[in-house]
Write a protein that binds this ligand. Structure first.
Ligand code: PMP
Length: 360
């Protein structure tokens, strides 16, 4: 078996024990003689899978009872539209904190449904920091405030969740859900595409406070109304059954290794190894302000050198995959989600040290 260290921003690495368990159960799940992919979504076996998946996520994230977990499709991108379609019920105003390419897309989509206002932005410095957000900046009439807790492309993350008072806080948590402890009660709605810390692509997880369900206008398409998913236990139509099963295995893995407390410690340790090297290196550097750095996506650059392509090529040959930065920002990026072993980060740093010695 020759697994590589895959630094992709998503879809990204899955824990090896999860892949192996799925492999073992692939052709006959629970002695059914069928793969999970072949099970009816209405079967007892699949009902158990989706029920357990929800319960495990509730346990791991300590989701309060007045929050619902919805298993959906369409990615985080569909949530960019669903959130305003469902939540812009009163003032039709929403406040946004603009921290990068993904928040830009969320704002653009929401503009189709109501009045959006950017109350804080880091665009002035190329999104290399997280702007200050004060409660006084928030329109008390707004139907919600939207943040992107971790900016996958720019490599920034909120170190503190803004206090939005009575205005519901909506968070795109696609790239840092399950990476650290989080107080769900601070949010009105959390959404995340699965393909980073949850499981395979095709599944979108929405965690929504009960009172925010049922606010969509009658013209809202059935499949774009949170109420549809809530009323049917995410089984109005055929859900992404295999992705939900894989997510269940990932949640089990996470719970067994000690939950989010332990995961956060491991993630902070991994990120520190890479940042400490970047800050000490004479060749590589982090473009992100220290207080705003993500522990999931770590962009890095080689200033004044034309070595990016050489670095990426040699890294690939040495077993470090997908280190190219996003096409919009260039440079390199190491995405080190939950499933990236600490050894992967150690080995990457050793490789970078050698590269620095060879080329500087
Ligand atoms: N938001 C963030 C923060 C992301 O990282 C991504 C995907 N990389 C998206 C939204 C879009 O997600 P999807 O492809 O699931 O629509």
């Amino acid at each position: 078996m020759n697994r590589v260290y895959n630094f992709s921003a998503g879809p990204s690495m899955l824990p090896l024990p999860v892949l192996e368990k799925a492999q073992n159960e692939m052709t006959s799940y629970a002695d059914s003689g069928m793969s999970v992919m072949e099970l009816s979504h209405r079967s007892a076996l699949f009902t158990d899978i989706i029920t357990e998946a929800e319960q495990l996520l509730r346990d791991v994230m300590q989701i309060p009872a007045n929050y619902k977990v919805l298993f959906m499709q369409g990615g985080a991108s569909q949530q960019f539209a669903m959130v305003p379609m469902n939540l812009l019920g009163n003032s039709k105003k929403a406040d946004f904190i603009h921290t990068g390419s993904w928040s830009k897309k969320a704002i653009k989509e929401a503009q189709k449904f109501g009045d959006t206002r950017v109350i804080a932005s880091s665009e002035d410095k190329n999104f290399t920091y997280i702007p200050e957000v004060d409660r006084s900046m928030i329109d008390p009439e707004a139907d919600y405030v939207h943040i992107t807790t971790n900016n996958t492309i720019e490599g920034t993350a909120f170190s503190e969740i803004p206090d939005t008072g009575d205005v519901p806080l909506v968070a795109d948590m696609s790239s840092n859900i399950l990476s650290e402890q989080v107080d769900v009660s601070k949010f009105g709605l959390i959404y995340a595409g699965a393909q980073k810390n949850i499981g395979p692509a095709g599944l979108t997880v929405v965690i929504i406070r009960e009172d925010l369900i049922g606010l969509a206008p009658e013209t809202c398409p059935t499949m774009l109304d949170y109420k549809t998913f809530n009323d049917s236990g995410s089984l109005h139509n055929t859900p992404p059954t295999f992705s939900i099963y894989m997510a269940k295995l990932v949640f089990e893995w996470l719970k067994d290794l000690g939950g989010l407390k332990e995961m956060e410690l491991m993630n902070r340790e991994k990120a520190a190894i890479l940042y400490n090297y970047l800050d000490a290196s004479d060749m590589f550097a982090s473009p992100v302000e220290k207080s705003s750095r993500s522990i999931m996506n770590i962009p890095f650059i080689i200033p004044n050198h034309d070595l990016d392509a050489t670095f990426i090529k040699e890294a690939k040959a040495a077993g470090f995959e997908t280190l190219k930065g996003h096409r919009s920002v260039g440079g390199m990026r190491a995405s080190i989600y939950n499933a990236m072993p600490i050894q992967g980060v150690r080995d990457l740093v050793d490789f970078m040290k050698k590269f620095e010695a060879d080329y500087l």
